[in-house]
Design a protein around this ligand. Structure first.
Ligand code: MN
Length: 260
């Protein structure tokens, strides 16, 4: 539990949309009231890059200007690398809170396994820091992050007050609505995404095929009450507590009965 004053606290901010994404600036700015803010983000968009750890090449860190009086660095690593190198010695300061986002697009249901935004928060959790992933349910390049930033302040304040249990992060998804039209906050479980991926095949100049994962944006089961997908669809902020222990407990006894 963090009881330190704002003047002593340090908030580490990252994302997966890239260091110059507007959602990252909105989140970093929102966190300033809670303490010293340090931003370290990937130099390029790393969306859907998951929880990657870069071990086969060096990582470069470059100071960058993303907003007035915001200490920021970019790296050529993944979102989780940003958090890892910051926490294992790059910064040389004690970090009280790790926040990731605000992602351009929701991270709901099985998206968590792809999400670099959530992976950065996972990394913070692995290093024992209270960590929160924030995502806005809009993929627009012109999206307004101000309402989501307000929500982020509220959630961060409560996490700083209460702390989080070990190996547990909060995955926060915010509907794309003006602040006064957001219906409230729902504590949720993961819902079921429905993906519409299609294999797009094209030919290179030499006539060899190459492939894109294309298709429509994912939808989901919006009818399952209590899920993240339901809450955001209804106009609520969704907060899902997520545990890093991915064991399927009901299967343990069942597997024991198999004749291995
Ligand atoms: Mn992203």
């Amino acid at each position: 539990m963090t009881t330190r004053k704002a003047s002593q606290r340090c908030i580490l901010v990252s994302n997966d949309d890239g260091i110059f994404a507007p959602g990252l600036l909105a989140l970093a700015t929102a966190m300033r009231e809670f303490g010293r803010v340090i931003v370290i983000g990937p130099e390029e968009n790393q969306s859907a890059n998951g929880h990657r750890k870069t071990l086969t090449k060096p990582l470069r860190v470059t100071p960058v200007q993303i907003g007035e009086n915001i200490e920021a660095y970019s790296t050529d690593g993944a979102p989780a690398d940003c958090i890892a190198i910051a926490l294992i010695g790059l910064l040389g300061v004690r970090v009280d809170l790790v926040v990731s986002g605000i992602n351009r697009g929701a991270n709901l249901g099985q998206d968590l396994t792809y999400s670099g935004t959530v992976a950065a928060a996972f990394e913070g959790t692995i290093h024992g820091k209270p960590s929160i992933a924030f995502s806005l349910d809009s993929r627009s390049l012109e999206a307004d992050y101000s309402a989501a930033a307000q929500v982020a302040k509220r959630v961060a304040a409560l996490v700083l007050e209460h702390g989080l249990p070990p190996m547990t992060l909060l995955n926060v998804n915010i509907p794309y609505l003006p602040y006064d039209q957001i219906k409230g906050i729902q504590i949720t479980r993961q819902g079921t995404r429905i993906y519409h991926d299609e294999l797009v095949t094209r030919l290179d100049p030499e006539g060899r095929p190459y492939y894109w994962i294309g298709g429509k944006a994912p939808s989901g089961d919006v009818s399952a009450e209590g899920t993240d997908i339901w809450a955001v669809h209804q106009g609520y902020v969704s907060i899902t507590p997520v545990h890093l222990d991915m064991t399927a407990y009901p299967m343990i006894e069942q597997l024991k009965s198999w004749k291995f």
